[in-house]
Design a protein around this ligand. Structure first.
Ligand SMILES: C[S@@+](CC[C@H](N)C(=O)[O-])C[C@H]1O[C@@H](n2cnc3c(N)ncnc32)[C@H](O)[C@@H]1O
Length: 231
């Protein structure tokens, strides 16, 4: 258990995670809003990094229409299986196994198809907190979409709203319960502080690199949504 990896953790909890990802109050609205912040036109190509069980993919598909392309990237097989089930009805939604920090876009991918062509927008929800260098990953995603492209992040972090204490207490409990107990990802000293720092770094880097499209909070202030058009 002590050495469980993030992939084993999400793989084991795929069904439960899927339920939480789709049914938590306020989350469907957030997902719709995050997809809107990608500012997609019909026919566009959008990539979701760390797509998990695919809860965002239908909202993205709705935006790009049947003529666009939606690509979900994740490194955990069981969650990808779920994502494939949920999007089986669409022939332009592709779920690809790969590392969000080395996305299989325009490069060879041993685990699935290589995605060629340009990307109009990248979405990553509840993912950057799991990366070793979240700001570096955001830089790479900004470079990937290039000037005019959009990058959108949504992440849970402690709230500073007036009603924050009970919300933050609940949030901390969820972070402790949902952080894979690996030596890399679970820290004895306050995992929520580590998460806050990573989320801060990722969102700050996106703000530095882009003109704001969205900068708002959701779900009682614990979910931050930042979207930008790369300059
Ligand atoms: C908390 S879940 C969020 C899933 C989805 N984005 C959502 O909003 O429901 C985090 C997901 O990120 C994936 N993930 C974490 N680090 C990754 C990486 N470096 N490359 C690809 N996937 C990654 C995990 O496998 C997991 O499915």
């Amino acid at each position: 258990m002590g050495s469980e990896t993030a992939q084993e953790f999400y793989g084991r909890w795929a069904s439960l995670y899927d339920l939480i990802a789709r049914r938590t109050p306020g989350i469907p609205r957030l997902r719709r809003r995050a997809a809107a912040a990608c500012r997609l036109d019909r026919g566009d190509t959008v990539v979701e990094m760390g797509c998990g069980t695919g809860a965002n993919l239908p909202y993205l598909r709705e935006r790009v229409g049947p003529e666009g392309t939606v690509i979900g990237v994740d490194f955990t097989r069981p969650v990808l299986d779920r994502a494939r089930e949920h999007t089986a009805e669409y022939d332009n939604v592709h779920v690809v196994r790969g590392d969000a920090t080395r996305p299989p876009i325009g490069r060879a991918n041993a685990d699935g198809p290589t995605v060629d062509g340009s990307v109009d927008a990248i979405l990553a929800t509840f993912v950057v907190g799991m990366l070793a260098d979240p700001a570096g990953a955001v830089d790479d995603w900004c470079d990937l979409v290039g000037p005019g492209g959009r990058v959108v992040l949504a992440n849970a972090a402690s709230s500073d709203a007036w009603y924050a204490p009970p919300v933050n207490a609940a949030f901390r409990a969820i972070v402790v319960l949902s952080t894979p107990p690996t030596t890399k990802l679970r820290y004895e000293d306050d995992p929520h502080r580590r998460l806050d720092a990573k989320v801060d770094a990722a969102h700050a880097r996106l703000r530095d690199r882009s003109a704001a499209i969205a900068d708002e909070t959701h779900v009682f202030g614990v979910v931050r949504l930042t979207g930008g058009r790369i300059e």
